[in-house]
Write a protein that binds this ligand. Structure first.
Ligand code: F6P
Length: 338
């Protein structure tokens, strides 16, 4: 069998571990031929490919990013949705001209939706969930998330010492697109005093009141973790908006940090390396068994798989009943709401 692998959407630590897991399992356990499709779905259309071997898959387990390159896929998705059948024919022809028996798509929500659409076109596909945001419905966790939380937590830990030295309020903005998972997990692990999530919204009176209360209790500084997806009235980034409002309304010196792409860079955590390895191996197993149109997943303690038709494009978001939200509230950590 000939298997194609592509990576699409934002990069994440652990992609190369996943490519290695798929490739080495397919080659060594099932005797398959494996090709890498470069720069996302456009690489499929333009046959931008590279042969992958056991040798070329060595030495990438701990390497960040993706050896295949990636891209956002608006053009390709437009083609798939196009009412003009010629566009879909072009995609199917590209797949068949490469003589693929299956295409593995490593990506986030958008990618899994595109992968499901390819399945609907009759192509043999398997999806592998990938994102630091951890917002992919159908899996308990995606690789990239653990590494991003480690990076963000280390950043928050470092803010404590400078905030304490200057008796300042520090606001740090973390990634997550429309989801607050990174901010929730890193905020709680890093001991943030206020954690602001897009799913919960905020009341500025509550935020200001919490800062004031801490100062009245003699707490010399405060740490505010805010997710980039929190909607703020001004055209400012959330971190700048909250830092300005807090300083203006409390008079306390406040500074902001936007951690940004640091959360996506560098070597994956051991957890993400092993999660990617296990998910990749399961994808190869699904192909060997001829079970296509599915997304591999971590469900509880098990590596499993779910139908793309049931999960594609759906979001997994924080709720008020998420365990760390409930526990944080019980401890007096503010989520910016009454
Ligand atoms: O989906 C991962 C992510 O890092 C989000 O957290 C972030 O909002 C987005 O990608 C940034 O997209 P881009 O890399 O296209 O700027």
């Amino acid at each position: 069998m000939k298997v194609g692998i592509l990576t699409s959407g934002g990069d994440a630590p652990g992609i190369n571990a996943t490519i290695r897991g798929v490739g080495k399992t397919a080659i060594n356990n099932y005797g398959m031929q494996v090709i890498g499709i470069q720069n996302g779905f456009s690489g499929l259309l333009y046959k931008d490919i590279v042969e992958l071997s056991d040798q070329s898959l060595s030495g990438i387990l701990n390497v960040g990013g993706t050896i295949l390159g990636t891209a956002r896929e608006k053009v390709f998705r437009k083609m798939i949705n196009s009412p003009d059948e010629k566009d879909q024919e072009q995609i199917k022809n590209a797949y068949h001209e490469l003589e693929l028996d299956c295409l593995i798509c490593i990506g986030g929500n958008g990618t899994q939706r595109t992968t499901w659409m390819l399945s609907e076109l009759g192509l043999n596909v398997v999806g592998i969930p990938k994102t630091i945001d951890n917002d992919i419905y159908g899996t308990d966790v995606s690789f990239g998330f653990d590494t991003a939380v480690n990076i963000a937590t280390d950043a928050i830990d470092r803010l404590h010492s400078t905030a304490s030295s200057h008796r300042r309020v520090m606001v740090i903005e973390l990634m997550g697109h429309h989801a607050g998972w990174i901010t929730l997990y890193a905020g709680m692990a890093g001991g943030a005093d206020i954690i602001l999530l897009p799913e919960l919204g905020f009341n500025m009176k509550v935020v200001i009141g919490k800062i004031r209360k801490r100062m009245e209790l003699g707490k010399a500084y405060s740490i505010v973790a805010v997710a980039e997806g929190v909607e703020v009235p001004a055209s400012e980034r959330p971190a700048a908006y909250f830092a300005r409002e807090i300083q203006e309304q409390t008079g306390f010196e406040t500074r902001e940090t936007v951690l940004g792409y640091i959360q996506r860079g560098g070597s994956p955590s051991p957890y993400d390396r092993n999660l990617g390895t296990l998910l990749g191996g399961h994808a190869a197993e699904l192909i060997h068994e001829g079970r296509f149109g599915r997304m591999v997943a971590k469900l509880g303690s098990q590596i499993s798989d779910v139908p793309l038709s049931e999960v594609a494009g759906k979001l997994s978001l924080v709720t008020p009943n998420t365990d760390l939200v409930v526990q944080g509230k019980r401890m007096g950590i503010s989520f910016g709401i009454w």
